[in-house]
Design a protein around this ligand. Structure first.
Ligand SMILES: [Zn+2]
Length: 408
């Protein structure tokens, strides 16, 4: 079931495949023709889960690193010889030649190398690894341990449909991972050059466009796409290398309640887009404003020091970002991460890009969240709510001061 491929050979049991389930206690069937959605299928919004046994088999790359001091974590010499699971893919040599076959790293499925398209996103045959050119900055791969299935044998597909209980369905979609050609630790964004981080964004964008194009050809439509970074083992990053991911949901059955909230909010704003017009609390929450981006602390934070950022241009999706916006984002993101390090904010962080799904006819201004890790309590789980102790404008002042220190 690796790489999201289900064949007669690897299929064992209906509960061994990735499953998508909508929670009956918080799922609404859409009855209007809102957002121009295709009418063939039933649509929902609410809470859903992907149940994916294979996610549990991901190799963990962190154990030894977590014991390192922060000085070691940011030292170039420490990382020089470091090998993570992706090194096999970039160097074309398996890390552990003697390992038994079930954890072998001889195969990969590369979708884009920088902006160059490689294997088809619906390919069912991973390739043998080959050394990647030193000139390459970043590459996007099919996640080996995905939450969704990508290529399914038609007979097995029928069998799963017949045998799964009606409230469960096989989760279909594409899970991408983007890595830099050379290793840069996620615990220290200082070390990754601006052009390599820009290369990661470019490779992601091209891979998303390639996947969507191929998906539409295969009659998939109304496709939510979620690009994100998990930075640190506390927030889902199982590898110590800076890497991003993209979840492309091909079930065509709707989206979650958070996205529904954003879509409805933008719909209500109509032509008066909040992000185009706001001053973010009369500027005292703004952290950094560049020609292309605005970074600010969220007025209703979902964690302390929760930051938001958006392109100054009203665009709907990550894949619409141009090269100048990406270059500026890479530079700004590094400055902000350094500022967070200076004021000792938890080094485990998520970056989320909130985008309008493909095929939706909806007004939307793409925006990102930077969310530092924090343990949350029961009240926060009971509703879409957060009791934050840090006042957003004070958090912004602290981060601004740390940004200024970098310019000294
Ligand atoms: Zn806007």
């Amino acid at each position: 079931m690796e790489f999201g491929i289900i064949t007669k050979e690897n299929f064992k049991d209906i509960y061994d495949v990735p499953i998508k389930r909508w929670d009956p206690l918080s799922t609404i069937t859409r009855t209007t023709d809102e957002f121009g959605l295709h009418k063939k299928k039933e649509r929902y919004y609410g809470h859903y889960a992907y149940l994916s046994p294979i996610r549990g088999q991901r190799p963990k790359g962190y154990e030894s690193i977590e014991k390192k001091s922060s000085i070691q974590k940011c030292s170039k010499t420490y990382w020089k010889e470091f090998k993570d699971v992706f090194t096999a893919t970039t160097e074309g040599t398996p890390l552990n030649k003697d390992a038994d076959n079930d954890r072998n790293d001889y195969y990969t499925l590369i979708i884009t190398e920088d902006e160059k398209r490689k294997q088809n996103p619906f390919s069912g045959s991973p390739s043998e690894i080959e050394k990647i050119s030193e000139k390459c900055k970043a590459l996007t791969l099919i996640n080996r341990y995905p939450a969704m299935a990508r290529v399914i044998d038609p007979e097995i597909d029928d069998y799963i449909k017949k045998n799964l209980p009606p409230h469960l369905k096989l989760a279909r979609g594409i899970n991408l991972v983007t890595i830099s050609r050379n290793f840069y630790p996620s615990s220290c964004w200082d070390l990754i050059p601006d052009d390599v981080l820009t290369g990661i964004f470019l490779s992601m964008k091209e891979a998303i466009l390639y996947c969507i194009l191929e998906a539409i050809e295969r009659d998939y439509y109304d496709i939510p796409v979620a690009p994100f970074f998990n930075i640190g083992s506390e927030v889902g990053g199982s590898q110590p290398r800076i890497h991003s991911q993209v979840y492309i949901d091909l079930n065509g059955d709707g989206h979650g309640s958070r996205l529904e909230g954003h879509l409805q909010a933008f719909k209500q704003m109509g032509d008066n887009c909040h992000l185009c017009e706001t001053t973010h609390g009369d500027t005292d929450r703004i952290i950094l404003k560049t020609k292309f981006w605005t970074f600010y602390t969220a007025g209703s934070p979902i964690r302390n020091y929760h930051m938001r950022f958006h392109p100054n241009e009203h665009i709907r999706r990550f894949s619409q970002l141009n090269i100048n916006q990406m270059k500026d984002l890479a530079k700004s993101m590094k400055l902000i991460f350094k500022a967070l390090d200076i004021i000792e904010i938890d080094e485990n962080r998520n970056i989320l890009f909130n985008c309008c799904p493909y095929g939706y006819d909806a007004n939307f201004h793409m925006f990102g969240d930077i969310i530092p890790h924090e343990v949350i309590g029961g009240a926060e789980m009971a509703d879409d709510m957060r009791v934050a102790r840090k006042l957003p404008h004070k958090a912004a002042a602290e981060i601004r001061k740390a940004l200024e220190e970098q310019n000294l």
